[in-house]
Design a protein around this ligand. Structure first.
Ligand SMILES: [Zn+2]
Length: 462
């Protein structure tokens, strides 16, 4: 009895303002954890990720996870959290990872209509930094581990939570896990809450579900021309700015070859059927025959689709010269590339260098990681389809390749196929991730809670 009273008090103590009545115990717990994690200011530089990891670790401990299965792995000012849910090993298969990241994009409270670090429920939405990206994933995956434990569920293989700590900035924590703690995160495949998900139409009806299997590599290059320079009253034939301009025109004129994967073909087929006009027709024609050059041309001229079928590189920044009355000693452009999965960053650098010639330097910025697309595994496709349909019967499931890059990239590169399988359905007009007044629909949040629960039992039971 004392325990009951105690936990009831805790629940009241942690409840966020505007607490909705009539929640099930699971929903109340999912809401409590959501409110707690939103309140940690896990922006870069705040040092709050380890504090949040400790809070979650204590929740797992209280639920009966042993200390040897809970790992907080500090890295500089941040940390990752890895929690192993032991199975009985009956399936003789490697573990499944369940992923999210604990950090958020910086939010300036003065620009927001509500405090970004307080979970606020209003008009059917949960507001707060990280509600969509991706503290909802953190809270729901954690809640379900606690719930399954309480229900004495025993999976047939280990299930492992991997919450990273700097996905929005350096991605050093996931790199650290893969390189230095492989034993903790080794797995057959990973289910990532930070990718994929459903779209609601403006009428609130589910339209389509995207299952993310691939991410393009993000890499930038600096293209630089150097020159001895001199006084601007004594112009010479060679000039760093002219020569950089010539180099950029060559990059502009070049097109990387058309490419495809089983994911992009499945995406173009399904999306093409739902896209009216010549673009939709071209998508379907390309899906049926990726050698159809006319179809590729149409996609190439469509900003939303061009990146689906090839690597793209465009100039995004420019600097050069040092004085109004001096010949420039250098001129540099930053070229941002979105590289098709499976293509090496170095090969793109070589292509750029070949285009601009020997007199122009081409240097990659940093050390970008690249990865292949994950295969459309039958078990994953079937389980996600089942559980999405349990939530929204009949909605079309489409494999997608994102043009951005997340933690999944590092796992894929390390040979662990990774699937972005968020259970959130949201309208495009409600999507403010990384922006102001980030929010998710309350109904979508609780639906997603049940989705993860079923998905963990579904995949974990095999
Ligand atoms: Zn994210």
């Amino acid at each position: 009895m004392r325990t009951v009273i105690f936990s009831a008090l805790l629940a009241i103590g942690f409840a966020a303002p505007g607490h909705a009545a009539g929640l099930s115990p699971e929903q109340a717990k999912a809401r409590e954890i959501f409110a707690r994690v939103i309140a940690f200011k896990t922006e870069v530089g705040q040092g709050q990720v380890p504090v949040m990891a400790k809070y979650l670790a204590d929740e797992f401990k209280a639920a009966g996870f042993t200390a040897e299965d809970i790992h907080i792995l500090p890295l500089r000012e941040t940390a990752s959290l890895v929690v192993r849910y032991r199975g009985d090993g009956r399936s003789h298969k490697k573990p499944i990872l369940w992923m999210a990241h604990m950090d958020v994009v910086t939010a300036k409270p003065e620009d927001w209509q509500r405090d970004p670090f307080t979970l606020i429920e209003e008009n059917g939405y949960f507001y707060g930094r990280g509600t969509q990206d991706i503290k909802s994933g953190v809270a729901l995956i954690a809640t379900n581990f606690l719930r399954l434990k309480r229900e004495h569920f025993v999976p047939h293989r280990d299930l492992v939570i991997v919450f990273s700590g700097d996905e929005e900035t350096e991605m050093a924590t996931i790199e650290d896990l893969v390189k230095n703690h492989r034993d903790l995160v080794d797995a057959e495949f990973a289910m990532n809450s930070d990718g994929g998900g459903g779209t609601l139409g403006e009428d609130g009806k589910p339209k389509i579900y995207g299952l993310q299997t691939a991410e393009k590599t993000y890499a930038s290059f600096e293209v630089t021309v150097r020159n001895p320079g001199g006084h601007s009253s004594l112009p010479r034939a060679d000039n760093a700015i002219y020569e950089l301009a010539d180099a950029l025109k060559k990059i502009q004129a070049y097109r990387f070859p058309v490419m495809w994967s089983e994911t992009t073909l499945a995406y173009l087929k399904a999306s093409g059927a739902a896209t009216p006009g010549p673009v939709g027709e071209a998508m379907q024609r390309f899906a049926a025959n990726p050698h159809d050059e006319a179809a590729a041309e149409v996609l190439n001229a469509t900003p939303a689709e061009v990146g689906k079928t090839r690597t793209t590189c465009i100039p995004t920044l420019l600097r050069g010269g040092h004085a109004e009355n001096a010949l420039p000693q250098s001129a540099t452009a930053t070229i941002n590339c979105r590289i098709f999965p499976g293509v090496a960053v170095a090969d793109v650098g070589k292509t750029l260098a070949g285009l601009v010639g020997d007199k122009v330097e081409v240097k990659v910025i940093g050390s970008p990681a690249s990865s292949d697309a994950s295969p459309l595994r039958a078990d994953v496709m079937a389980a996600v389809t089942r559980e999405v349909h349990a939530m929204h019967p009949g909605v079309q499931i489409v494999p997608v390749q994102d043009s951005g890059a997340s933690d999944g990239l590092y796992l894929r590169a390390a040979g662990i196929p990774t699937y972005g399988v968020s259970g959130m359905f949201i309208k495009d007009s409600d999507s403010f991730l990384h922006g102001l007044n980030e929010r998710v629909p309350v109904r979508g949040y609780y639906d997603e809670m049940d989705y993860w629960y079923r998905l963990m039992k579904d995949l974990g039971g095999h």
